[in-house]
Design a protein around this ligand. Structure first.
Ligand code: GLN
Length: 490
């Protein structure tokens, strides 16, 4: 791997600050790594010229002494974030050729703080998926492979491009979004760190909407501290998003390495699901032991409505998606497939522009919102959602954070589950509850399975208490001492 791409974001920022290297140098190394990585299919749009312009501007700012907190650091941007003048397709054919005339708030915040954009990252179409296989631009390959195998594995989804790019050292960090697990599950599958902050921490303005009451942006990077540094820049109140929280954004990095002594960690008994690989169970036990060694108190808690979370999510998310995706009609954005009249043009555009999974979600969503079924499905799912949030509130009476596995398996093979939507949806079993309740959740790499594939542990916190997750996440990171890297084959 080229010279400076293996540094953590923190080490890179220190090197830039001490003028050990310039932003132009570290950006050039990353551009070369991106160009050599086409076998991964992680980037859908590369913006090397823009990156070099931004890097030179950063070097100039640094020379004149007014560098921002991320100045000069090259990042990748999930293609769900609208970027001014740069094609933004959300992994969908229907947005092919769409160049926004505005910049999302989250990416604006990153550029305000001096970051450099390398390009746009592949993802499941409209963020619907857990394997990156629903992307109109083809799947992303996980940089990790099982020992002795050269079969391509999924990097997880929907932020598979972000996860693969971070794991393969194509960027120092990446933006991602999480509606039901799309930051945490890909982080677990690629040995990277990802945090979905509290709903409302990051503005959704300028992010292509999937399910607005669940969607939340967050960072992915190779260390807990790096995600803390990125989140501080990404987060903040935005009057353009009515669900954005007007709360102070703490210096998240200051929580990393802080003592976790005396914290009470809940272990929810309902997360011990049937058929979970024994290695994941063992890793969970290991995580519990690590936190105990670090001075935490372990308590068993119950989240009794857990088993209804997945069905409720797969009603609420498609319902909101069917409404959000109504705007793609061939008139305003991207693709238009002409027909004999206006209705036919709408139909042709949507028939050809959307992929199978997106169509499935629109059908389910329209069905559960239709007059005869609204109460039976949608309203019921909202009631379940309330109960799930209440379960967590109850848990916070006896604990400060929860520890669970992130996903029920390690990375699986591309094609393994793509014909079975239910098997695919089951992947989200440990992650969707957090979105339904709006809570912050983090995945930290904690070990390798017998095939040499990374596994992650999930930490769940109280509303707006990302700080505790950063402290616990760095305690696990330290105890696990996870240094494994994928063997370069791409
Ligand atoms: N896998 C889940 C889904 O397909 C979650 C996706 C996400 O978080 N964007 O809906």
């Amino acid at each position: 791997m080229a010279g400076l791409t293996g540094l953590s974001l923190k080490a890179a920022l220190d090197g830039l600050a001490s003028k050990t290297f310039s932003s132009e140098e570290i950006t050039r190394d990353h551009i070369a790594a991106v160009e050599a990585s086409s076998a991964l299919n992680a980037f859908v749009v590369e913006t090397p010229d823009k990156a070099l312009d931004m890097a030179r501007a950063s070097d100039a700012r640094r020379a004149s002494g007014d560098a921002g907190p991320l100045d000069g650091a090259p990042l990748g941007i999930k293609d769900l974030f609208c970027t001014d003048g740069v094609e933004s397709t959300a992994g969908s054919m229907i947005l092919r050729g769409f160049r926004p005339t505005y910049e999302s708030t989250v990416t604006s915040n990153l550029w305000r703080d001096g970051a450099v954009m390398l390009g746009k990252l592949n993802m499941d179409e409209f963020a619907m998926g857990s394997s990156n296989e629903t992307s109109a631009w083809g799947p992303v390959a996980n940089p990790w492979r099982a020992q002795g195998s050269n079969a391509n594995l999924t990097p997880g989804g929907s932020s598979g491009g972000s996860a693969a790019a971070v794991a393969a050292e194509l960027c120092l960090g990446a933006t991602a979004t999480d509606t039901g697990g799309s930051i945490r599950q890909p982080a677990a599958f690629t040995g990277t760190v990802g945090i979905k902050p509290t709903y409302g921490r990051c503005s959704r303005w300028g992010i292509v909407a999937f399910a607005s009451s669940l969607d939340q942006a967050g960072p992915m990077a190779r260390t807990v501290e790096d995600t803390a540094i990125l989140l501080r820049s990404m987060a903040g109140h935005d009057p353009k998003d009515s669900t954005s929280i007007n709360a102070e954004v703490p210096d998240f990095a200051s929580f990393c390495g802080k003592s976790v002594k005396g914290l009470r960690i809940g272990v929810p008994k309902e997360y011990r699901v049937d058929g979970m690989p024994p290695e994941i169970d063992a890793l969970w036990e290991q995580g519990i032991a690590w936190l105990k060694d670090a001075g935490c108190e372990i308590v068993e808690v119950s989240l009794p409505h857990t088993r209804y979370a997945l069905p409720a999510y797969y009603i609420i998310a498609p319902a909101e998606a069917s409404s959000n995706l109504a705007r793609y009609d061939g008139m305003r954005y991207g693709l238009r497939v002409e027909g004999g009249n206006l209705t036919e043009t709408y139909e042709n555009t949507r028939a050809q522009g959307f992929g199978e999974e997106v169509k499935r979600r629109i059908l389910i969503g329209t069905y559960v919102l239709s007059a005869g079924y609204y109460d039976a499905y949608y309203l019921k799912a909202l009631k379940v959602r309330r109960r799930i949030a209440d379960d967590f509130d109850q848990a916070w009476q006896t604990c400060d954070a929860l520890l669970t596995p992130t996903a029920p398996s390690a990375a699986f093979a591309l094609g393994e589950k793509s014909d079975d939507p239910v098997a695919m949806y089951l992947n989200d079993i440990f992650t969707v509850t957090v979105n339904l309740a709006g809570l912050p959740g983090m995945s930290v790499p904690a070990g390798l399975d017998a095939q040499g594939l990374p596994l992650g542990l999930q930490l769940i916190g109280r509303n707006l208490d990302e700080g505790t997750l950063f402290s616990l996440g760095s305690a696990i990171e330290k105890a696990a001492d996870f240094r494994a890297k994928p063997q370069k084959w791409w």
